[in-house]
Design a binder for this molecule. Structure first.
Ligand code: FES
Length: 520
């Protein structure tokens, strides 16, 4: 058996990245962008081209979140998306989604070719395939949706690699690329036109007056005419609209193995209809052909052994391709919407100078590019037309009431359940690199022992709105199931919407409690 890499580390981020200073004073600009992934960077690229004075801030490093961990397929084939959108929302909505993604794909290809961007781009056909009879039914419905929407796909009986399928849908002229190289090229062009970038700069609030005032944790302020929230999960939900996004989105994690296969895959990008997903694409590593195997999605913060997710992908890779070497493993997080549509546009009906883009349901490359183009059209007052359907206040929710109710039932369950869960462990039994939940004086705490035996205690109550975090074994993080905040083993915020670290405790203090028969 090949050895699984000890640490989770995205291949896309393995080369040293250029870094940017944190914000250290109050500043003014035309447009402040919060979040340095594909949406924020593409928006900055487009806006600086139109001569706006733009500032981009990121709570960590640019490109280090979802864009730096994606499978980076450039495609309008998003699983069996179109039949689901037609069924759940309607033909007009499905058409608008397709058109928006199709034009984004064309724009990306055109950009890569005309600017000769060095981003490992290769054109590929995309396939979605079925392994089961019910999967085949979904595929047939999707084929019908292609015909209804005028999508030029073909139905195939088998795939060009060794897997027995019930059928597949093929779309020509899609692509794969290196998302970090691509975004860095756009970012450099924007910087050359005057973009200012600040890293390690966390936005915590927006005060509005004649202009917007973005406040950061260090209490510096950015004054802007418009603010774009492109931070994955919106850090700010608008006046009087608290929880609007919280109630309509939930986070999912997926896993990625980057391998050198024994049997090469000649061409194509693949994903199955069924759950769990098995997504496959080629990647070039130092001139050698390798594969990304992606899937095993689950809700963030599920109390499961996440290393088993990599094991399942490993088994699939061994069976289908054989493994000569594992280059890297990593995981990623996506925001899922109850409507199946992304939310792009004014944050609320009252806040038209604060715009948001989020909820790409795992297909962030074309959706993210399309979102940036749409945000810029809002700013420059271009006609929005059929893209109104992505307005965050659109009334899909009424049509998707069951999904909406389930999401909120899940959040309430997570808020309550963890509080009463029993502790699991004697601290003396804790192994190195292991974490457990314990009860101290009746309260739920997390304890982690690192490689050299140091022990770290955190309060497991998420600092966002109080759900209980769970341990993620594969990443060595505390993850929140409600809205996807993630914390390091010692409580630091790795990913919002939480802005404050988990409360931490001194080992001696906890040890005193435990030795006093405190109810643990
Ligand atoms: Fe919202 Fe944890 S309670 S992210």
């Amino acid at each position: 058996m090949n050895k699984m890499p000890k640490k989770s580390s995205s291949y896309w981020l393995q080369n040293k990245q250029r870094s940017y200073e944190p914000l250290k004073k109050d500043i003014d600009c035309d447009i402040c962008i919060v979040g340095g992934g594909i949406v924020g960077i593409t928006s900055a690229y487009l806006l600086t081209k139109l001569h706006y004075k733009v500032v981009l801030i990121d709570e960590g490093q640019v490109l280090s979140k979802t864009t730096g961990h994606t499978s980076a397929k450039m495609t309008v084939q998003h699983g069996v998306k179109y039949s689901e959108l037609i069924q759940n929302l309607g033909e007009n909505e499905a058409k608008a989604y397709y058109e928006m993604n199709r034009t984004a794909l064309e724009w990306m290809k055109e950009k890569i070719i005309s600017d000769n961007l060095d981003c490992d781009y290769a054109e590929e056909a995309a396939y979605v395939y079925a392994l089961t009879e019910s999967g085949l039914e979904s595929l047939e419905a999707e084929y019908e949706a292609y015909n209804t929407l005028g999508i030029d796909g073909t139905f195939e009986r088998d795939l060009p690699f060794n897997i027995e399928v019930k059928g597949a849908l093929k779309l020509e002229e899609q692509g794969r690329f290196h998302p970090v190289k691509y975004c860095k090229a756009l970012l450099e062009q924007a910087i050359n036109r005057g973009l200012k970038v600040y890293e390690e700069t966390t936005a915590v609030n927006i005060l509005d007056g004649e202009q917007q005032l973005v406040q950061t944790t260090s209490d510096y302020k950015i004054k802007a005419n418009d603010v774009l929230i492109t931070s994955h999960y919106p850090f700010y939900e608008g006046k009087g609209m608290y929880m609007m996004y919280m109630m309509r989105m939930y986070p999912e994690r997926s896993y990625v193995l980057c391998i050198k296969p024994k049997a090469d895959l000649s061409k194509g990008m693949y994903i199955n209809v069924e759950s769990p997903a098995r997504s496959v694409r080629k990647i070039d590593i130092n001139g050698e052909s390798a594969l990304l195997i992606v899937g095993e999605e689950h809700r963030t913060g599920d109390n499961i052994n996440t290393m088993e997710k990599y094991d399942a992908l490993y088994q699939f890779a061994v069976e289908q391709f054989g493994i000569e070497k594992i280059y890297a493993r990593w995981s990623t997080q996506d925001m899922m919407t109850v409507s199946g549509m992304p939310y792009i546009g004014p944050l609320t009906r009252k806040d038209e100078h604060i715009l948001v883009a989020t909820g790409f349901n795992k297909w962030g490359m074309t959706n993210g590019t399309a979102a940036a183009r749409l945000l810029v059209d809002y700013i420059t007052k271009q006609p929005i037309g059929s893209r109104q359907v992505f307005h965050p206040k659109h009334t899909y929710i009424l049509r998707r009431f069951k999904a909406f109710a389930k999401q909120n039932k899940d959040v309430v369950a997570h808020l309550v359940k963890g509080k009463f869960e029993k502790g699991q462990v004697e601290i003396d039994e804790l192994q190195k690199n292991e974490a457990k939940i314990i009860r101290v004086d009746g309260e739920r705490k997390g304890v982690y022992k690192n490689e050299v035996g140091d022990i770290f205690f955190v309060d497991t109550t998420c600092t966002h709105i109080g759900c209980e975090v769970n341990w993620n074994e594969a990443e060595k993080t505390w993850d929140c199931p409600c809205h996807g905040s993630r914390f390091s083993y010692d409580g630091e915020v790795l990913e919002g919407p939480a802005e404050k670290p988990l409360q931490t405790y001194d080992y001696k203090m906890i040890d005193n409690f435990l030795s006093k028969d405190s109810g643990y």
